[in-house]
Ligand binder design. Structure first.
Ligand code: COA
Length: 167
């Protein structure tokens, strides 16, 4: 059986990442992203990542089955120590430990890139993702009410934060 590999994405991964995001967005219930980027926008995004930003892909054989992105929460200098993540896996690859493997790679990168904390926004109806981030050590902060409207249905967003241990 081919092993799952976790590695940093390159612009050549644009099509595979766009395909994962299109599939997850089409499920309509997991993400606030309702209109995912097409291949060229996704490729441009990977090309645009700064030295403090990264996107890790989970690859089985030659197929991308999921990814986790880390970028800056804000362009404001006073918040340069804050990153944000997003994690998306194809359905058949969920609950197999891949999300945690992606996080191991992302957290190691975040530490070397001088982030002190990571923030994530999760849909209030997405109990599975909330549990996932809690299991990684994220703590729930606050809830933004009716923050998302998809197909005319409102959903809240819950903020979680994670402090990076420095020692
Ligand atoms: C949420 C998601 C990224 C988690 O990745 P995953 O590979 O399925 O999670 P893992 O198998 O690595 O699980 C890691 C831990 O989280 C827990 N967990 C993961 N998904 C869970 C769920 N749906 N319900 C309860 N616990 C869950 C696991 O039990 C595991 O705990 P442990 O390691 O302490 O035993 C993935 O399921 C996914 O892509 N879901 C659809 C898209 C989505 O919701 N993305 C998040 C948008 S904010």
């Amino acid at each position: 059986m081919t092993k799952m590999a976790i590695r940093k994405a390159t612009p050549f991964d644009g099509p595979g990442i766009a395909a994962v995001m299109e599939t997850v967005a089409a499920e309509r219930v997991y993400s606030a992203i309702d209109r995912p980027w097409d291949v060229s926008a996704q490729t441009r995004y990977i090309e645009s990542l700064s030295a403090r930003e990264t996107l890790h892909v989970a690859v089985r054989g030659s197929s991308i089955v999921g990814f986790q992105v880390l970028d800056q929460w804000s362009a404001i200098d006073s918040m340069a120590h804050v990153g944000q993540v997003g994690t998306f896996l194809l359905r058949e690859w969920r609950a197999l430990g891949i999300g945690r493997e992606l996080w191991t790679a992302t957290e190691a990168f975040a530490r070397t890139a001088a982030y002190r904390k990571i923030v994530i926004q999760v849909r209030a109806s997405n109990a599975g993702a909330q549990e996932f981030y809690k299991r990684l050590g994220f703590e729930e902060c606050r809830q933004l009410k009716q923050q998302i409207l998809i197909d005319g249905v409102a959903d809240d967003e819950i903020l979680f934060e994670y402090f990076i241990r420095t020692s």
